[in-house]
Design a protein around this ligand. Structure first.
Ligand code: FDA
Length: 456
């Protein structure tokens, strides 16, 4: 049996970053990936000759670890198209134009939105996102749902619905009553502030030429035959001196093992001796959010000629946010115009029960609420399907239920014998984002190399 320095399970950005850093340090590594491709939650697909990013795609200025890796790999970025007016679809279904950050709502509601943004910013300021459980108000904030916390902030329903939109459907992709106020503060602190999260021009700033999936592809290319595809790891036997990893009946040895998987997927692997009870409990309190990313490609970006940027928000719409997603001018599909939109949590549950044709009709009708009847007839229509893939199971990422971040958060970072765990879903900075995957992958490599002895 061949014995590697480190066997890494999962060829998403976390696993590939760890593998690349360990290889650069001279380690003999093997990456085992269950799918027949690398990249995990990043994938670029061709549909009718145009390029569509099916998973993660945007990069924001605070994501320094990802920006550094993109540059190191020789990849280029470009700005999301954003010239022109944005849209706000109000409760009556009317689309109202606006510019800048301030939604076209009553003055009093705008003031309430700004005030609550300030309150969350202050809470986020007090948080080290790598240790959210140490926030001075951690216990109190983790025992209430974000919905309960928000109800206590204001009686203004429209202000509540808009604040809820940013952290529920748009970020954690769960109903706001299913995660804690502390998790909402973590999501804000992980991006620097809540102000950053509500600023689409900041949080959805840049894209990578060729797609964000070029990052794992470039890493895998450098790793060459150290990455083995279609290798679903089913069993890890360990002792204090190392581990034996079983894949397709074959066994490989390792001094260290990294399970570079979302916490929900650790339990797919039989670990022997089994993980301490608290480790299992911690992961049982994690679950994936659910969002359906939809992209509609038109013969032209018709909204641009009407003075619209393609950006829009509709807290009461099936598609709660939309953006211009036309690829880079040199990329396939650049001559057309693409809108991306998102259907989240309970809305995604509801349309998920419909036939494909019914769901498409409902989603396009919602796009038409923003852009008019022209939006009803795209030349290409693409829905991302992560919820149907066992090796992911939702989108964008996993998070804790109410009360579990303080109870179990630190546990997800603890190694067990020679086994270490990681993914974007346990990151502090870059939580649930590719930047977090780069940071966690780097940290795991440093820990294995002995450059960083602490868990955080
Ligand atoms: P990831 O899940 O990518 O990798 C885990 C890998 O392990 C997978 O390849 C899986 O197949 C493999 N695996 C699982 N079990 C295995 C086993 N037993 N044996 C072997 N292999 C196994 N982020 C961002 O920064 N900007 C954005 O715009 C977006 N938008 C976005 C949209 C959508 C629709 C999604 C789904 C996600 C995003 N994200 C995002 C989130 C981002 O994509 C995500 O945080 C990272 O890609 C996660 O990378 P990881 O490597 O941590 O996990």
């Amino acid at each position: 049996m061949k014995i590697y320095d480190t066997v890494i399970v999962g060829a998403g950005v976390t696993g590939l970053t760890a593998a690349w850093r360990l290889t650069q340090a001279g380690q003999d590594v093997l990456v085992l990936e269950a799918r027949d491709r690398t990249g995990g939650r990043l994938r670029t697909e061709d549909h009718n000759g145009s390029e569509f990013e099916i998973g993660g795609q945007w990069v924001s200025p605070d994501q320094e670890a990802l920006i550094g890796l993109v540059a190191e790999l020789g990849l280029e970025t470009y700005s999301r198209y954003r010239s022109g007016e944005s849209l706000y679809v109000d409760r009556s279904g009317a689309a109202r134009r606006f510019t800048g950050e301030d939604l076209p709502v009553e003055e009093q509601t705008a003031k309430e939105i700004d005030r609550i943004i300030g309150v969350i910013d202050e809470l986020a300021e007090l948080m080290d996102p790598d240790r959210p459980w140490e926030h001075p108000q951690a216990a109190a904030l983790d025992r209430v749902s974000f919905a309960q916390w928000l109800d206590a902030q204001t009686d203004d329903q429209e202000a509540r619905d808009n604040i809820a939109l940013y952290l529920g459907p748009a970020m954690l992709t769960k109903p706001i009553w299913s995660f804690s106020a502390l998790t909402a503060v973590l999501m804000s602190a992980s991006a620097g502030s809540f102000t950053h999260l509500v600023d689409a021009d900041f949080i959805l700033d840049k894209r990578v030429v060729g797609g964000l999936a070029s990052v794992p592809s470039a890493l895998a290319e450098r790793l060459g035959d150290k990455v083995r595809l279609s290798s679903d790891v089913t069993h890890v036997a360990w002792s204090d001196s190392g581990a034996v990893v079983t894949v397709d009946g074959e066994q490989v040895g390792a001094t260290s093992v990294v399970l570079a998987l979302p916490p929900t997927h650790v339990r797919r692997i039989r670990i022997d001796p089994e993980l301490p009870a608290e480790h299992r409990h911690a992961r049982e309190h994690q679950s994936f959010g659910l969002v359906i990313k939809v992209q509609a490609e038109y013969d032209t970006p018709f909204w641009r000629s009407g003075g619209l940027s393609g950006t829009g928000f509709g807290p009461w719409q099936l598609v709660h946010e939309v953006y211009d997603n036309t690829p880079h001018p040199t990329g396939p599909g650049a001559a057309t115009g693409t809108i991306v939109g998102f259907v989240s949590d309970v809305n995604a549950d509801e349309v998920g029960r419909l036939s494909d044709d019914e769901r498409r009709a409902r989603i396009l009708a919602s796009l038409a609420a923003y852009f008019g009847e022209e939006a009803l007839t795209p030349r290409t229509y693409v829905e991302s399907d992560w919820q149907h893939q066992e090796l992911t199971g939702g989108a964008y990422a996993t998070s804790f239920d109410v009360g579990s971040l303080t109870r179990y958060g630190a546990k997800l970072h603890e190694p067990v014998g020679p086994i270490r765990f990681g993914s974007s879903d346990i990151a502090g900075h870059g939580f649930q984002h590719v930047d977090g995957a780069v940071r966690i992958g780097t940290r795991l490599a440093e820990q294995i190399l002995g450059h960083s002895s602490t868990v955080q």
